[in-house]
Design a protein around this ligand. Structure first.
Ligand code: GDP
Length: 525
């Protein structure tokens, strides 16, 4: 008989939705919340923008503080499981935090606009999930609109992302002629907008033929879909759970989030295969920390600064990896070896109080932070010290030259910049030629947060000169010759003293390759 902690952990499913802006992430999230019985007015997932908050106490707290916690983690219960959805902001909010959030999930759901196929941001986020080797589930959205050829969509997964697609169902038409889904996983046809009073699902027999009388087999759209499904059955990828677990194969579901078609089928199948929280490596002894270990442990994957000048505090988001979180508990911060009491300064990321009482592996807690935490920090209880692996560094794409507006205030400028860099807010580079500071980020918002916090927390007004998009490539210091730097690249060093070039564009990078064919250039993630 499993103990209470084991039972609780086994219930957890923690994932993020990765997608390109406008693919339908918000729409599908809202549908999922509805299945979880969390009724919100449409638009509240994006409530930060619309200002349309549901009336719960702690949303009010959030609103006052101007920190969007609710939209960062959404928790609900569904069919005996406790589901945590971690938001990965897109649009202008895209930042390194978005990437780091993917370090805190056990699986990912990739939403693709079926009319557009795989888009840029999906590709970037996918890369991180792939690196982690976590299961990835795909939802091909907007089938109520004319879509690309589904066969093309499946092969694109392999060609562009390098992951096998296994269609769990197949669309019968799209747009105006969308008839339904040929659902081979549940062996049934799901009808899109069935006539009132008729069945939503038509059962299939073992041969995949309709078991009940229907006009569908005479419909060309159905015949087409069936022929494709048969072809895929014969010549397509075999369903392979081991590959799915490692992120080498993705189960693919078609549907329409807006029409709430195929979403429930997706959610149920997702829960059949999505993993519960797994082990995490303790780098101090090379052993794995099991989620059911009674000692508490977790790591900080995101620090959200408060943009409200009246509140300097920040929230450190902690992914729980083992044990049980209790209000007021004492933990050790591994980096400093100091004890911290997580008392009433602690806020939880949850939507009801009872969720709060047992935050276990897979759950996310938000700690009000006055400067104790850094990105990647481990906290733990018990005699055995724990340190989780450092969070990876990401290759920045946007750059700014930065300096102090007031040359007399160099001290606060340097203090601020170094603290914010340490915290993971932005990345810092120094030019070889002049020793100038250049900031790197994956999203524009990081610069804005940086500028704001320099002013408000360190009383340092900064001057920022945009350098735009650059391609950052690291070079082996032994191969470096400073004369390799030209007008088409900037030679800088990172905070670990490693040299890298910031290339103007791919053309400049290729030119460099041609000129120095033996020099190996490397990127981070
Ligand atoms: P996000 O940026 O990925 O969060 O995308 P949203 O969920 O905000 O959706 C972007 C737009 O696409 C909105 O206008 C949605 O109403 C629309 N949309 C989302 N899902 C569907 C769908 O299944 N079908 C259609 N036709 N539109 C959709």
């Amino acid at each position: 008989m499993a103990n209470a902690l084991e039972q609780n952990v086994a219930k957890r499913r923690t994932f993020a939705i990765i997608s390109h802006p406008d693919a339908g992430k918000t729409t599908i999230t809202e549908q999922l919340l509805l299945y979880g019985g969390i009724v919100r007015e449409a638009g509240t997932v994006k409530g930060k923008k619309s200002g349309n908050f549901a009336k719960s106490d702690w949303m009010e707290i959030e609103q006052k503080r101007g920190i969007s916690v609710t939209s960062s983690v959404m928790q609900f219960d569904y069919q005996g499981k406790r589901i945590n959805i971690l938001d990965t902001p897109g649009h202008e909010d895209f930042s390194e935090d978005t990437y780091r959030t993917l370090m805190a999930v056990d699986s990912a759901v990739m939403v693709i606009d079926a009319a557009k196929g795989i888009e840029a941001q999906t590709k970037k986020l996918f890369k991180i999930c792939k690196m982690r080797g976590i299961p990835i589930f795909t939802f091909m959205n907007k089938m109520d609109r004319d879509s690309r050829d589904p066969i093309e969509l499946i092969s694109q997964l392999e060609d562009v992302l390098g992951i096998e697609g296994y269609p769990m169902n197949w669309p019968i038409g799209s747009g105006k002629v969308l008839r339904g889904l040929y659902d081979r996983y549940n062996n049934r046809v799901a009808l899109y907008r069935p006539k009132e009073g008729t069945e939503k699902y038509l059962p299939l027999n073992d041969e995949g033929e309709l078991q009940v009388a229907s006009d569908l087999p005479n419909d060309e759209v159905y015949q087409d879909a069936k022929a494709n499904m048969d072809l895929i059955q014969e010549a397509g990828n075999q369903f392979d759970l081991e590959k799915i677990k490692k992120g080498d194969q993705t189960p693919v579901f078609f549907g329409s989030a807006l029409a709430n078609f195929g979403v429930e089928t997706f959610l149920n199948a997702y829960l059949d295969f999505a993993p519960m929280p797994g082990d995490h490596e303790n780098t101090l002894d090379d052993e794995e920390v099991q989620p059911t270990n009674p000692n508490f442990s977790g790591f900080v994957f995101k620090i959200q600064a408060n943009m409200n000048p009246r509140h300097r505090d920040r929230i450190a988001f902690v992914r729980v990896c083992s044990g049980e979180f209790e209000r007021g508990m004492d933990v050790k911060l591994e980096r400093t070896d100091k004890k911290l009491r997580l008392s009433n300064v602690t806020e939880f990321v949850a939507n009801t109080r009872e969720n709060v009482e047992n935050a276990v592996a897979g759950d996310i807690i938000g700690l009000y932070d006055t400067g104790n935490f850094q990105i990647g920090d481990t906290i733990y209880t018990g005699k055995q010290a724990v340190k989780f692996p450092p969070l990876p560094q990401f290759t920045p794409e946007l750059f700014m030259r930065v300096s102090a507006k007031n040359v007399m205030k160099q001290k606060s400028f340097h203090k601020g910049i170094h603290q914010l860099v340490q915290e993971g807010a932005v990345q810092l580079y120094t030019t070889y030629s002049t020793g100038d500071y250049i900031l790197g980020a994956v999203g524009q918002l990081q610069f804005e947060v940086f500028q704001f916090r320099m002013q408000n927390e360190y009383n340092s007004e900064v001057v920022m000169e945009p350098l735009g998009h650059k391609i950052a490539r690291w070079i082996d210091p032994d191969q470096l010759d400073e004369s390799m730097s030209s007008s088409r690249n900037i030679l800088v060093r990172d905070t670990h003293d490693q040299p890298l070039f910031l290339f103007e564009n791919t053309f400049a990078e290729r030119w460099f390759h041609d000129k120095y064919p033996d020099v190996k250039l490397m990127s981070k993630l």
